[in-house]
Design a protein around this ligand. Structure first.
Ligand code: BGC
Length: 260
């Protein structure tokens, strides 16, 4: 076990945390999860984060994902959490509740960073687009190993709709879509991303990526598309990394070798 960090993943339905081995981006403890309080206000969620941290007795710095735009530690949107978060300094409120130094980051960005450091995007030159399919659609853009934060491409409008409401994993559940029907929407979505961004690689994460064999083979794209390697743990690992001294001493992730 190398240097340890601690990550918390705040989601619309659950708040989970674990100790992370930052050498390999793997969990160094079991994952502890509690349900997100409803309404998911800043005070209630911060208290839940403190409960998860307390479960482990963690004393170091804390990395925290948030399911919305996070700019300099402040929530700027709140698609799937209580609207009162908008304008809230996440690092300050969670810091007060836990007594720890907190780094807050968008959930998809944390996952994308983890996939770049340790997972499916490791060593990939050029542009990688990481897409997490969950309650919403989260996206992370990584260019030559460097994260471009807060891309929010889950909300691109296609056919007159905010497309996260059509193609997220939650939309599949809500509408009881077959894999084939859902894959048609994913096709529309990934084709649009491909057209606008021409990435070198798509990485698909979120809980449903465990069942990638049900839908990835149904997609026809010019861009290679692979399943996230760290899957549901990517956010925790990426956030833990960002809060650690590693991120402070190397602001950019380790440089990515150019492809031959
Ligand atoms: C939010 C993103 C978030 C994604 C996944 C979207 O609704 O706007 O910020 O990354 O959901 O949670």
């Amino acid at each position: 076990v190398g240097l340890l960090g601690f990550g918390i993943d705040i989601g619309g339905s659950g708040i989970k945390g674990a100790v992370v081995d930052l050498d390999g981006g793997v969990l160094a403890s079991e994952r502890y999860k509690i349900l997100t309080p409803q309404p998911s206000t800043a005070d209630a969620v911060s208290a839940s984060v403190a409960e998860v941290v307390g479960h482990f007795g963690w004393q170091g710095t804390l990395g925290c994902t948030f399911p919305a735009v996070v700019q300099n530690g402040v929530a700027r949107t709140a698609a799937n959490v209580d609207q009162s978060w908008i304008g809230t300094d996440i690092e300050a409120v969670v810091g007060d509740a836990t007594g720890l130094a907190v780094t807050a980051v968008n959930d998809a960005d944390a996952a994308g960073l983890a996939e770049t450091l340790w997972g499916a995007a490791k060593g990939t030159d050029g542009l990688v687009v990481v897409v997490t399919l969950g309650t919403g659609i989260g996206t992370a853009l990584i260019y030559n190993g460097l994260l471009v934060p807060n891309s929010e491409l889950g909300h691109i409008e296609l056919d007159g709709e905010d497309y996260e409401t059509r193609a997220s994993a939650a939309a599949r559940d809500r509408e009881g879509l077959s894999w084939e029907k859902w894959a048609r929407r994913l096709q529309r979505y990934f084709s649009a991303l491909e057209f606008y961004l021409r990435p070198n690689l798509f990485v698909v994460g979120g809980g449903v990526s465990r069942r990638a064999e049900k839908f990835l083979p149904l997609l026809t794209l010019a861009t290679p598309i692979v399943t996230a390697k760290l899957q549901n743990e990517a956010g925790i690992a990426g956030a833990a990394y960002l809060s650690s001294e590693l991120a402070l001493t190397e602001p950019a992730p380790p440089s990515v070798p150019a492809s031959p």
